[in-house]
Write a protein that binds this ligand. Structure first.
Ligand SMILES: [Zn+2]
Length: 220
């Protein structure tokens, strides 16, 4: 996020919007999705995808932005920032009953943003097949109804099998399949425009393998 002439630039967003690249993966640290508008939380200082969504709307004049968050933890910060916003669809797949203990399915949004918040809590120790079935049932129709103009991914890899913090058992292929679905959505509704931002992932080798599977699927 370099500053030029006193203005903040979000480089990956600008490059995709200019058509210089089709999609981007931002290997940022620390992660961002627990950070609220006013405070850091859970390793997160700034909420990168929230900044990107606001930037797309304010700088590039886009309307509907979809954020798909598959980090093993619920993105409470992202939810809080956009909870009343009808132009940002927030979708989170996460392990139920773990930190930060938010993300219940009953939280669907507020006021004009009602229906724009989709939480999909998944049982501990469940595998990628469970997540993909939930995706088919809930994520695909939500994206289809929303017709996003830009797709952002909060790409955590702590749902991967072997992660010391997450309790799910997703494989690298699970992340690749989710990525392919996102690319399809972007091609169908968003002129292919997609930016993915790294969130959690606490098993170094597992994080690397899953991130490679994700990036390869992004480029296909
Ligand atoms: Zn996480």
């Amino acid at each position: 996020m370099p500053a030029t002439n006193g203005m903040i630039r979000v480089t990956a967003i600008d490059a995709v919007m200019a058509g210089e690249i089709a999609a981007a993966f931002c290997a940022v640290r620390p992660p961002g999705h627990h950070a609220t508008a006013t405070r850091g939380m859970g390793f997160c200082v700034f909420n990168h995808v929230a900044v990107a969504a606001r930037y797309l709307q304010a700088r590039h004049g886009l309307g509907r932005i979809a954020i798909i968050d598959w980090d093993v933890h619920h993105g409470n910060g992202t939810e809080e920032i956009f909870i009343g916003n009808p132009n940002v669809l927030y979708v989170s797949l996460h392990e139920q009953n773990i930190y930060p203990h938010t993300g219940t399915a009953s939280q669907r949004g507020r006021g004009p943003g009602l229906g724009m918040n989709l939480n999909i809590p998944l049982p501990g120790n469940s595998d990628g097949a469970v997540a993909l079935a939930a995706w088919d049932a809930q994520v695909a129709p939500a994206i289809q109804a929303f017709e996003p103009e830009f797709l952002l991914i909060s790409a955590g890899f702590d749902a991967r099998i072997g992660d010391p913090i997450g309790g799910l058992r997703w494989s690298d292929e699970t992340f690749a399949e989710m990525t392919r679905r996102c690319v399809e959505y972007a091609e169908r509704w968003s002129q292919g425009r997609l930016v993915s931002v790294l969130e959690g992932g606490y098993h170094p080798q597992g994080l690397a393998a899953a991130a490679v599977a994700h990036v390869l699927a992004l480029g296909q």
